[in-house]
Design a binder for this molecule. Structure first.
Ligand code: IMP
Ligand code: MG
Length: 179
């Protein structure tokens, strides 16, 4: 029994993922050529993506992390709680928020509102995958690895009940694995 047995389909294999990550890295390195972006990883879904992405960047970067938890299920109010706040101030910094996946957009829109009040010099968003079909809130995502269909996906940092984050591919779970 392996984690691969629970997959119905592989949406992105390792080669496809790394091609997208390299493309994003080149774009960000170009856009921030004379700057030092401050990357904020949204825990925990962004960690695999973030760790690959930073190694494709040719500009100097700094890192921070934030962990948030929705109050129960995400609600249309978009009320979330900060479980672990940033370690450092972002005032005057060129911030890039790095997310594993954007679904309804509630989590990210909350974070962006919160970060804007801290007066960064600039604030951009980079997401590994984007599920636009579920979007409740209009968001502009500056850097996107892939647009994906409205399916529950796991792997490359994304979980189902905290599992499958270690899958190196992005896959769709079999219905039998969703309990
Ligand atoms: P949003 O607030 O609806 O955009 O949700 C974003 C969060 O929901 C992500 O950070 C993930 O934790 C989770 N999520 C949404 N869709 C998926 C999925 O297909 N697989 C795994 N996690 C997901
Ligand atoms: Mg999750």
């Amino acid at each position: 029994m392996t984690i691969y047995d629970d997959l119905e389909a592989i949406l992105l294999d390792e080669e496809a993922i790394h091609a997208e990550v390299r493309r994003l890295g080149e774009q960000i390195s170009k856009d921030y050529a004379d700057r030092q972006p401050h990357l904020i990883g949204v825990l925990k879904g962004s960690i695999v993506f973030l760790s690959d992405l930073i190694r494709t960047l040719t500009v100097p970067v700094t890192l921070d992390f934030i962990s948030i938890s929705p109050y129960g299920a995400p609600t249309p109010s978009g009320v979330v709680r900060i479980r672990k706040d940033l370690d450092d101030p972002i005032e005057g910094r060129d911030v890039i928020v790095v997310e594993g996946i954007i679904d309804t957009g509630l989590t990210l829109s909350y974070l962006l509102r919160n970060f804007k009040t801290r007066n960064p010099a600039s604030l951009k968003v980079c997401a590994f995958v984007n599920k636009r079909a579920q979007r409740i809130i209009d968001l502009s995502v500056d850097y996107v690895g892939r647009e994906i269909p409205d399916k529950f996906v796991v792997g490359y940092g994304l979980d189902y009940r905290q599992r499958y984050r270690n899958l190196p591919v992005l896959g769709v779970l079999k219905p039998s694995a969703l309990d």
